[in-house]
Design a protein around this ligand. Structure first.
Ligand code: GLN
Length: 282
């Protein structure tokens, strides 16, 4: 059989991706990755024939996707805040909803020279987007996992960001004393899924590290641990911003209140679900 055209290949391969609700987009991203072109190329050149070696490579990637592996792990990339991030199975894949967390920080922290810490940075998506957006801010990003620290460092270098530092730390335990009483804000998207949540055995999250997804105490334990440690690092009126699960806003509001925070607010994500809760330590 002769080699397929781009149009034929996209059609036949998307039909094989029955488990994905974005089959055509998935195969376009995979083929664009193999051919090293943008997706617009496919609309301009639908009749171009795909050569045999590209076809073999594409079919290998397609099989991985058919087996459920997330597109971002297959291509090694994910866009976040319009920036290209390198990803690996060592960390969570940055989610579009997490951009709401970045936006909420930017909408509330008014100082042009703010200092902030991102706890559990993973790819570095939150800290590096903030550092990129606000070149006079100083960001410190920490992760418990050395693999995540290396990945975030790689993203920091690739994005030419010079106002973010990345260190290995169990929450704030390795953060230098020079950060005490200096932070305008602390931000985190910690693990927050309950270990019994059926969503953990479905779809893309099956391939992501459990350590980045699951927390004890119905998914709340990491918020409790963080809130119990942040105060010495915050300036007066400093903020803590958390991403959380869509049913956790009430619990987060309660935790912030119990820990003595004020001006506690919850913000919805693009799907109209409660997603970010924050408060100020006055
Ligand atoms: N929002 C992610 C999900 O539902 C979870 C992220 C997290 O645990 N921090 O898959």
């Amino acid at each position: 059989m002769s080699n397929p055209t781009i149009e034929q290949l996209l059609k036949s391969s998307s039909a094989q991706l029955v488990n994905s609700d974005s089959a055509l987009l998935d195969v376009q991203i995979l083929l664009a990755h193999v051919l090293d072109v943008s997706r617009s190329h496919f609309y301009t050149w639908p009749d171009n024939v795909v050569n045999p070696s590209d076809l073999i490579q594409f079919n290998t990637l397609l099989t991985r996707r058919i087996n459920g592996e997330p597109i971002a792990y297959i291509t090694g990339q994910q866009e976040f805040w319009s920036l290209p991030f390198v990803v690996s199975p060592a960390t969570l894949i940055p989610r579009a909803d997490t951009e709401v967390l970045v936006e909420t920080v930017l909408n509330n922290v008014v100082s042009l020279t703010a200092k902030g810490i991102d706890l559990g940075t993973g790819t570095g998506a939150i800290a590096l987007s903030l550092a990129h957006e606000m070149p006079n801010w100083s960001m410190l990003a920490v992760d418990y996992s050395q693999d995540a620290v290396e990945l975030a460092q790689k993203n920091c270098t690739n994005l030419n960001i010079d106002n973010a530092e990345i260190i290995q730390s169990d929450w704030l335990s390795n953060v230098d004393d020079s950060w005490l009483n200096t932070c305008d804000f602390i931000v985190s998207n910690p693990p927050y899924i309950d270990e019994k949540d059926p969503h953990l055995s479905q779809g893309d999250v099956r391939f992501e590290p459990n350590s980045a997804l699951v927390a004890a105490n119905g998914g709340l334990q990491d918020y409790i641990d963080i809130l119990n440690r942040v105060k010495p690092f915050l300036k007066p009126s400093g903020y803590v911003f958390f991403e959380h699960g869509f049913e956790q806003a009430d619990a987060l509001q309660r935790l912030f209140t119990e820990c003595g925070f004020s001006n506690i607010k919850t913000v919805k994500d693009y799907g109209n679900n409660d997603r970010v809760t924050f408060g100020q330590f006055i």
